[in-house]
Every structure is written in C-alpha cells, then in structure tokens.
Design a protein around this ligand. Structure first.
Ligand code: FAD
Ligand code: SIN
Length: 468
C-alpha cells in the first residue's frame, strides 16, 4: 500500500520526493486543480544555517545561532526540540535541494529577527517558492507518468476523513473527487501537509477574532482542513491563537480595500528597504526586527484608519532583486520616482530636502537609531531630492498560522497526552504546530516543510512503509 500524502505544497512535495528516493510508493492528493499551495507564493526564500552558500559568501552562522534566534522569536511557546531539529537539519535541507534538484540557492537575504543572512534563494528569474515547487513537482510528475504504481497525483481531490483500525493503526483515507463522489484509499501511512488556516474567517473568528477584518496574502485553499480533521481524531492542537500578521502586504492603489494582498516580501527590507510613517514622513521602527514588533509599530503609530506605511527602497536594491521589483512595478504596487515626486504625491509633511537628508543620515550613521543592522543599508551616495527611489504602500496582513497539530521530532501527530495519536499518522508544514512558537521567523516555513516532510518520509520508510 502506498503512503498517502495530503497536500501538494512544499511539505507534501518534499515528503513525496523523499519517499520515492527511499524506494517507497506514494499517492499525493490535493483539493485544488493545481500543485503548490501557498508554498508556490513564497517570495523571500528558505533558511539554512552553516550552508555551503553561506560558507562561499563568508557568512558565519551556526545551528546554535539559528536555534537561538528561533527561540527568541518564539517567546517561550512551541517546542524547543522541534526548533532545535529545524535549525540542526537546516543545512541538510538546503543541500538536499541543491544536490538532488540542482537548485542554486546561491543568494542570501537577512530577514527580520535573524542574526545573519541565512535566507536562501536562487539567482535568476524565478521567485523561490515557485522555483522550488515547480522543480520538486516536475520530478514527481515524471515518475507518475513513467511508473504510476510508484507515484500518483490526484488533483481536485478533497480529503474528508481518515480511517483508524485496530490498535489505532491508520487504514485509509477518504476523499471526494471532482464530481463529489467519496472514494477510499487503503493505506497504513498518511502525512497531513494541508497548510494553514489564514483564509478561513470562521477559524480566525474562533482563535484570533482580532484578525478577522485584516486582509490576507493566503490562497483560498488555506482553510485549516487538516487542523479540523486531526482535532476530530484527537490530536493536540497547540498555539492556535498565534497568527502571524506580516507587516507588509502591498496596498494596490487601484483597489485599496481588497481583502487579498500581494506580499511585499521581507527581502525588500532585508536588502535595504525602510518604512516611513505617512503622518510624520519619518522612520519609526527597526524594519528588521521580528514581524510581530514591526506590525505592532505600524498598527499603533501609522494612520489608524488605514494602517498604512510607505516602503521606501534605494535604487541599489534593483541589482539584487530585479525580477521581483519588475513584477511589483508591473502590478503597479511599486513606483520608481524621485524623492521630490514622492514627497509631493504622497503629501508627506516634510520637504524633499529634509527627506533626502534623513536618508543620507540613515545611510551613513555609525549606529542606527532603532538598532537595525548596518549591513543592510543601501541608499547610495550623494542623496538629493532628484535621487530615484522605489516606493510602495504597505499594510499588515494575515500571513501564517503558527498553531496546528502538535508533532514530535519524527513528525508523528501527538494526542493530548503527548503520545503518538495513531500508527502511521504524520503531519508536516503549516498544518503542524510547535515549530515556531508565538512568532515564525521569515524563511522558516519553507524550511519546516522540507525538514519535517522528509522526516515523515524517513520514519515511514524505516518502519517498512510501502515498498514495492
Ligand atoms: P501549502 O503550501 O499551503 O499547501 C497545502 C496544500 O494542501 C494546498 O495545495 C491545499 O490545496 C491542500 N489541501 C488543503 N486541504 C486539503 C484537503 N482537505 N484535501 C486535499 N488537499 C488539501 N515561507 C518561507 O519560508 N519563505 C518565504 O519566502 C515565504 N513567502 C511567503 C509568501 C506568501 C505570499 C505566503 C502566503 C507565504 C509565504 N511563506 C514563506 C509561507 C510559506 O509559503 C507557507 O507557509 C508554506 O509554504 C506552507 O507550506 P505547506 O506545504 O504546509 O502548505
Ligand atoms: C516574505 O517574503 O516576507 C515572507 C517570508 C516568509 O513568510 O517566510
């Protein structure tokens, strides 16, 4: 019997590929008609500590440093064991993607709350989530075509139930196909990779009512099906009230009230972008502290009715982030303007000369007034009102749900007593809880998908899973 993997985001794709590498067979199900989930939207990259890329770029990093950053961001919540494994296995995750899938992952960004630059993406045209998802899914599709006994991909297939037999052994998965007909797949191993619940107003109302009215970056599939199903089976859901509100979703000037927003990737700040308060025309926060802190600063200090700030970037950013910026400009979310044009159009309460001076001071000061890392400054020399900048309007958005089904370091789903809930029941990716505590660090979600998706696959194979 094949292992059933539910969800074709990165957690599902990593798990399925690892199963194939270990000579296991797999059936992959997704309720949508496309592969990739939220993973394909990822725009900043994937974390790794002490990776080959970091060593080549002379960035000193260790798993301990990454673990420390993760624990600090988690604020005492979550599971330190899961965080430790995440950090320790992070370089292996990057190397697996580089060696087994030829992904370059040769560019680094320093995101909020990280001590060093450790968020990897590839130089080239494709954004990281899309590049990784399309590469890993291509491999699966090839196997599915050449050997359907080893790999099947069933799209438009919504999982509605999981069957448990004697001795709490998984025996099957029930899904509805496109016609609404229920089908059962017999299996002894199921891996939930169904993502988060950021799009579900119902679940946000239940767990974090303060977030219900916020816009989101999440796709409509992000409705917490896995968390709900696993809870019914008896799983321990943890940290469910902890929703990551990302500080920078783009406000589309043509549709400012839309509930769905494109993300202004944190790498835009990581490569030098700053935030200005529309009320004062000044910076107001260390833009590279953790997301919860930046979000709180926008919500408490920027215009209350709109929650908007300006994301302002120097021309230098275009060299390192050209493709993303071209996309944002194509969508009219970012404009290239002079400082003078920006001040006039946005009616900032300061003069273009003063803003140019502020940017020059920011760029050259020996210490940052908000404690931001100095290596990320890039507004260039000789800043005047005629200097070009890139500008977009941003607002906080529901982005990621930290809570989910508690797992152990084998990715086994746990019951409320901390024991594996059933034989053959695993979860990986955003559906699981405990890996990030109160606040996830940017770049750690793609990483958890790879680390825990592969872990689930290895445990299944070790226990004599479903070898052909
Ligand atoms: P998903 O990728 O969301 O996949 C879940 C899949 O399960 C979906 O395809 C869904 O259709 C399917 N599914 C759900 N329920 C069922 C069901 N009942 N039956 C069958 N199928 C089902 N993280 C980073 O680390 N770095 C980044 O740069 C980054 N950028 C991001 C940018 C954006 C705009 C967003 C929204 C998120 C970003 N994240 C980033 C977060 C990260 O992309 C996701 O949290 C992560 O990829 C989740 O992966 P997953 O595999 O757990 O879930
Ligand atoms: C971003 O690009 O800002 C998102 C990164 C993440 O959520 O990890």
């Amino acid at each position: 019997m094949s292992t059933v993997v539910i969800g074709t985001g990165l957690a599902g794709l990593a798990c399925a590929n690892q199963l194939l590498e270990l000579n296991e067979s797999v059936v992959l199900l997704d309720k949508t008609g496309t592969i990739g989930g939220n993973s394909s939207k990822a725009s900043s990259g994937i974390n790794g500590a002490h990776s080959t890329t970091q060593q080549e770029l002379k960035v000193e990093d260790t798993a301990d440093l990454f673990f420390g950053d993760t624990q600090k961001s988690a604020k005492g919540l979550g599971s330190p064991e899961l965080m430790k494994k995440l950090a320790e296995d992070s370089h292996l995750a990057i190397e697996w993607l580089q060696k087994n899938f030829d992904l370059k992952l040769d560019v680094l960004a320093q995101l909020g709350g990280h001590s060093v630059a450790r968020t990897h993406r590839s130089s080239g045209k494709l954004p990281p989530g899309f590049e990784i998802v399309s590469t890993l899914s291509k491999r699966l599709k090839e196997v599915a075509e050449s050997n359907p006994e080893r790999c099947k991909i069933l799209l438009n297939s919504t999982v509605v139930d999981v069957k448990l037999g004697e001795g709490k052994q998984i025996t099957g998965v029930v899904y509805k196909d496109e016609s609404g007909k229920e089908n059962t797949l017999e299996t002894n191993n199921v891996v939930f990779c169904t993502g988060g619940f950021g799009f579900s107003k119902e679940m946000l109302k239940k767990y974090a009512p303060e977030c219900v009215d916020l816009p989101t970056t999440n796709g409509p599939h992000t409705t917490g099906d896995g968390q709900r199903l696993l809870e019914t089976l008896g799983a321990d859901l943890i940290d469910m009230t902890h929703i990551q509100v990302h500080p920078t979703g783009f406000v589309d000037p043509a549709d400012p009230d839309s509930g769905s927003k494109f993300l202004a990737a944190e790498a835009l700040r990581g490569h030098g972008g700053i935030l200005l308060n529309p009320i004062t025309g000044k910076r107001f926060v260390n833009e590279l502290t953790t997301r919860d802190v930046v979000t709180e600063a926008i919500q408490s200090q920027c215009p209350k009715d709109k929650n908007n700030a300006y994301l302002v970037m120097g021309e230098g950013i275009y060299e390192v982030y050209k493709n993303n910026l071209d996309f944002y400009m194509f969508k009219k979310l970012v404009k290239k303007v002079t400082i003078k044009e920006f001040v006039e159009e946005s009616k900032l309460p300061i003069s273009a000369e003063d803003l140019a001076k502020d940017l020059a001071t920011y760029n050259t000061a020996s210490a940052d007034e908000f404690g931001r890392s100095l290596v990320t400054r890039n507004f260039g020399d000789n800043i005047t009102p005629e200097t070009n900048i890139f500008v977009g309007q941003v607002t906080p958005v529901v982005h990621f749900t930290m809570g989910g089904a508690k797992i152990d370091t084998n990715a086994a789903v746990l019951d409320k007593n901390g024991n594996p809930l059933a034989k053959g029941l695993y979860a990986a990716g955003e559906v699981s809880g405990g890996v990030h505590g109160a606040n996830r660090l940017g770049g750690s979600s793609l990483l958890e998908c790879v680390v825990y998706g592969r872990t689930a696959a290895k445990c299944i194979a070790q226990k004599g899973g479903a070898r052909l």
